[in-house]
Design a protein around this ligand. Structure first.
Ligand code: F6R
Length: 612
């Protein structure tokens, strides 16, 4: 994971670097560091913990003018999150500073080789090994030394480095870890970043480095070299995010702000895509070949975490309308499975960030098997979007809180629209049936608004349940993946042990854990499974479990079973995921408030998971 940032330009590079790292902090927040060059020496600042700790350390330097700087925000892989392991890392002579995102797989053997040459190491990291290796090959030409060293490395990396003898140069390279370079028309400012999120508030030309390409930035010039060190010319795109800003809009946390955004973000996901009159769905920038649209025989959805849950929720819908198999694969597992991938398989990759390494690996494997890759992503220009054959964007705006909320409900919305689009294209769904469903979907933002108004009620229930150390979240049919998502929210931000089960599975083992100390959160919003769900809750109640139910106003019988009920409006079964999810998100949020956890940046996590 980790975020790397580099700046050469006419502004204070330290300030710019800090600003850039703030926008990348969601990629990791175990430690942070910045290096620049002063009087032909590397000047560096590092701190364990969040960026704010680093900022305190360099406050006095913030007003000095340095022409260039590189910075890093870390999610620990090799070595614990200590000061010694924080980036930048240096060579033995402290002439070279490097920041790195990725993992060098053969670092141990290179380290051994360098140790045998009596080179001293200061940290346990694979990154320091790179710094020392580049320095070992250095003979006044930074680019050549860099090129020679990276040819020895196996693994993945996005790197930026500076050298005290070259006070106006940054060298950067990428392999399986993204690097984007942004610059204004005059190249007064040139910025290197792990992803375009760091360009927020700017209007820039951008280019992405491909595997093994090297960028050499010097004197307002950006030269890009291929792996044979030949200069190549790359296309640039324009990215204008001048009017977008990160703000909590008066909310205490980004998470709460993003929960409250959902009526709007769901609307954005369907706006302009639903044609109610014709019962059709349309996607802009969507180039699935018509011939393929009619012929694919099998869908595999792949994703991680919350995005995986969105895939689970939608797979049933695809099967129902398309009458073909739709399986859902956890991306980190898909790579190693013997799946029957053919050119008639449609892969749907779901990712909020578009940078998740596991999902990327899964789609790369599918590509090798000639599958068509359709991605559903939030971040435009992200690696997954760029590597897919076609993409649909969520249009949910930046999701800052590490815990995903609005992306999930937008993903479900887009997946449902996609199923309708496929079914209509294949003449499997009548116009009037499509219209009925789409009308119901359009009601969801208002249903969510009503739940958001229950904030106080849910807060009160959270106070009652925050005393427990473990939870079971139960659901059947579509309420099972919904329960999985709700349990993930609770464990992620409150650090409480929360497990999700299909309610019918309880009697096959988990029931042994039930006691008055283990509350059950029962999602009772699917009509199809409602009676069975009540029976399962009864079984838990009979064993003294406290029961909190989420039910719709028209349901019966639940009042005799549950200790507490959060009532929501009735919606059709396929759409019940939405109200249930909002309740789950608010419940987790208010319990986390009581637990006083770091809600927007929970411990050990990062927003963009760029390691496998
Ligand atoms: C949970 C969460 C993670 C992500 C997962 C995939 O709240 O945010 O589980 O959903 O890391 O990330 P994306 O969707 O960016 O691929």
């Amino acid at each position: 994971m980790c975020g790397i940032f580099g700046y050469i330009g006419n502004k204070n590079s330290i300030k710019e670097c800090l600003q850039g790292l703030k926008l990348l902090e969601y990629r990791g927040y175990d430690s942070a560091g910045i290096a620049t060059i002063q009087d032909a020496k590397i000047l560096s600042f590092k701190s364990p913990g969040k960026l704010i700790e680093l900022e305190k350390k360099i406050n006095i330097f913030k007003d000095l003018k340095f022409d260039l700087a590189i910075g890093h925000t870390r999610w620990a892989t090799h070595g614990s999150p200590t000061l010694a392991n924080a980036h930048p890392h240096f060579d033995e002579k402290l002439k070279l500073a490097i920041v790195h995102n990725g993992i060098i797989e053969n670092y141990a053997s290179i380290r051994k080789k360098l140790l045998s040459k009596n080179i001293l190491f200061r940290s346990e990291t694979d990154t320091e090994v790179m710094a020392q290796l580049i320095s070992y090959y250095y003979a006044n030409d930074l680019l050549k030394a860099f090129d020679k060293a990276i040819k020895e490395l196996t693994g993945s990396y996005a790197i930026a480095l500076i050298h005290a003898n070259h006070p106006d140069e940054i060298v950067a390279s990428s392999k399986e870890s993204p690097i984007v370079i942004g610059f204004d028309d005059n190249k007064d400012e040139i910025i290197i970043s792990s992803d375009p999120n760091a360009f927020l508030g700017r209007n820039l030309n951008i280019l992405f480095l491909k595997n093994n390409e090297i960028a050499h930035i010097k004197n307002k010039k950006i030269n890009i070299y291929d792996k044979n060190l030949k200069i190549i010319h790359k296309k640039t795109e324009r990215l204008n995010s001048k009017n977008i800003s990160f703000s909590k809009n008066g909310f205490e946390h980004y998470l709460l702000k993003e929960i409250y955004e959902q009526p709007l973000t769901i609307q954005k996901a369907f706006l302009g895509r639903i044609q109610l009159k014709s019962g059709e769905v349309e996607f802009e920038d969507f180039n699935l070949p018509k011939s393929f649209l009619k012929k694919f025989k099998h869908i595999i959805i792949t994703a991680c975490g919350t995005s995986y849950h969105a895939g689970l929720c939608a797979s049933n819908f695809f099967q129902k309308y398309l009458k073909i198999n739709c399986s859902v694969e956890i991306a980190s597992e898909m790579r190693f499975k013997d799946l029957n991938l053919t050119k008639d398989t449609l892969i749907i990759a779901i990712s909020q960030s578009g940078e998740t390494a596991d999902t990327l690996s899964a789609i790369r494997k599918a590509k090798e098997n000639n599958c068509h890759i359709l991605s559903i992503v939030n971040v435009k220009n992200s690696t997954i979007a760029r590597e897919s054959d076609s993409s649909i964007f969520l249009k949910a705006g930046p999701e800052i809180s590490v815990c995903s909320t609005k992306a999930f409900t937008s993903q479900i919305t887009v997946l449902y629209l996609l199923a309708i689009y496929f079914a209509r294209s294949r003449n499997l769904l009548e116009k009037k049936d499509a219209q009925i469903f789409l009308k119901e979907l359009k009601k969801i933002p208002n249903i969510i608004k009503k739940i958001l108004k229950k904030r106080k009620e849910i807060e009160k229930i959270a106070q009652k349940y925050a005393i427990y150390n473990s939870f079971f979240f139960l659901g059947r049919n579509l309420m099972y993946p919904t329960a999985m998502e709700a349990a993930l929210k609770l464990k992620e931000i409150s650090y409480i042990d929360a497990n999700a089960y299909p309610a019918g599975e309880m009697k096959h083992g988990p029931l042994a854990l039930i006691s008055e100390k283990l509350p059950i959160v029962g999602f009772c919003l699917n009509e199809k499974t409602y009676d069975k769900m009540l029976s399962n809750l009864m079984e838990a109640k009979a064993r003294s479990a406290p029961i909190l139910a989420i039910a719709s106003k028209k349901s019966y019988g639940i009042e005799d079973i549950a200790d507490d009920i959060i009532w929501v409006d009735k919606v059709i079964d396929d759409l019940a995921i939405f109200p249930a999810t909002i309740v789950g998100q608010l419940l987790a949020y208010f319990i986390a408030i009581i637990k006083k956890t770091d809600i927007d940046q929970p411990r050990n996590l990062a927003k963009s998971v760029t390691v496998e």
